[in-house]
Design a protein around this ligand. Structure first.
Ligand SMILES: Nc1ncnc2c1ncn2[C@@H]1O[C@H](COP(=O)(O)OP(=O)(O)O)[C@@H](O)[C@H]1O
Ligand SMILES: [Mg+2]
Length: 253
């Protein structure tokens, strides 16, 4: 049964490895409140992407539990596929439609939703992600930031319970990074639950509600960004030294 104050997502003692006795994820536990904006960070190879794939249901954890909305979905990877909207690192790999509009509608068409419902979701999501003027454009002609917004749109129309983005700043220039930051803040404001996975913590840290720091497959810290700030560089995640959390912004005031 779902209790009112249950966190939306609870991961408990999750372990994963490709070989026996060689755990890559080692007893990972954390929870995420509904509507929270969470940064999952850690150096390259710390296990962030594998953790996402385990949560989503693309990889099978060796042990541990995954509870969503109070329901134990550890053994139900099909339900997790629906509940967790994963936006992959490579935006191009997620683009499937011939036009922006077709691409956003792609997942919905398989759900056999009434046409009005499809149109409503298309309208809402493309307004939120500022893609309405791009409907007839071919996805591969979009800029990096626009492509990223399109890959978010395609996942968001499916109305997942949690939005998970793997390294959304990768390979983007400065203006595109700003577009993605603004998009994330808008999603947060509109009540979406977001897990952002990035080693580029300084770009976004100041805006998060919770930061989880992963190192060699273990959670080494979990809390408020301002409390984690002094220890992050020592654990392989660069943040400029001597700055306050509120000064750490890529957005101009
Ligand atoms: N298919 C695989 N087979 C074996 N080892 C892998 C595989 N994929 C990832 N790994 C290893 O798992 C560790 C964590 O990888 P990953 O989750 O991609 O790290 P991150 O996303 O934090 O950079 C790395 O040491 C990586 O080499
Ligand atoms: Mg990764």
């Amino acid at each position: 049964m779902t209790k009112k104050n249950d966190p939306l997502l609870q991961i408990h003692n999750l372990c994963f490895g490709f070989e026996k006795n060689k755990p890559i994820l080692d007893n990972v536990s954390f929870s995420v409140e509904k509507g929270a904006f969470v940064l999952l960070t850690g150096p390259n190879g710390s296990g962030k992407s594998l953790l996402l794939k385990c949560i989503k249901g693309l990889l099978k954890p060796t042990s541990g539990t995954i509870v969503i909305n109070g329901e134990d979905l550890t053994k139900s990877s099909r339900k997790r596929l629906q509940a967790i909207g994963l936006i992959f690192q490579d935006a191009d790999s997620q683009i499937v439609g011939q036009t922006v509009e077709r691409d956003i509608l792609f997942g919905l068409e398989n759900l056999q939703l009434p046409l009005e419902e499809q149109q409503k979701r298309l309208e809402d999501v493309s307004t939120l992600l500022d893609l309405k003027t791009k409907f007839k454009q071919r996805p591969r002609t979009l800029s990096g930031g626009e492509k990223r917004r399109l890959s978010i749109a395609g996942v968001l129309v499916m109305e997942p319970q949690v939005l998970v983005l793997d390294e959304p700043f990768a390979n983007l220039d400065y203006p595109s990074v700003l577009q993605v930051i603004r998009t994330l803040l808008k999603l947060h404001e509109t009540g979406h639950t977001i897990i952002l996975v990035s080693h580029e913590a300084e770009k976004i840290l100041a805006y998060t509600d919770q930061t989880i720091l992963l190192e060699q497959g273990k959670v080494v810290a979990d809390g408020k960004a301002k409390d984690l700030l002094p220890m992050m560089t020592a654990h392989g995640v660069y943040v400029p030294s001597g700055v306050k959390i509120e000064e750490l912004t890529w957005l101009k005031p």
